[in-house]
Write a protein that binds this ligand. Sequence first.
Ligand code: 4NP
Length: 156
Amino acid sequence: MSKVAVLFVCLGNICRSPLAEAAFRQEAERRGLAVAVDSAGTGDWHQGHAPDHRAQAVARRNGVDIGGYRARQVRAEDFDRFTHIVAMDPDNLADLERLRPPGARADLSLMLEHAGRAGEPVEDPYYGGDDGFDVTWADVSAAARGLAQALNDGAA
Ligand code: 4NP
């Protein structure tokens, strides 16, 4: 089997998907899983930007420095470079399904499916207060644990 590579996708790539990337990196490292990990946005407004300062703060509170991450937009080759592309909400998933080149290998899923919450979005915290980012961290951490477990068991 080819090496597992996971791409986390939201709208802007400055709030939810960088946190998903960070939580999953932490979890993969804890388990000694050899996986490539990245994140991207369906939109292009924040390309090259660091994560939102509130996302950086919640990551730091949970032991990860994401200050060096830079936003980028999803591109066609991602659907072949990555074995798994994980969308934060159903709109992101619908956009990815539209962008997916025919025959591309990546498996598409919704983040909270991996936490036993099929169909639920990781809510966008961008327009809310700081406490929204704690909810985001809890959600992406739970899903990261589930996904890492499934990959570890060969079930995803
Ligand atoms: P994200 O949050 O998709 O979790 O990175 C957003 C960030 C920026 C915008 C929307 C959502 N925006 O419209 O600029």
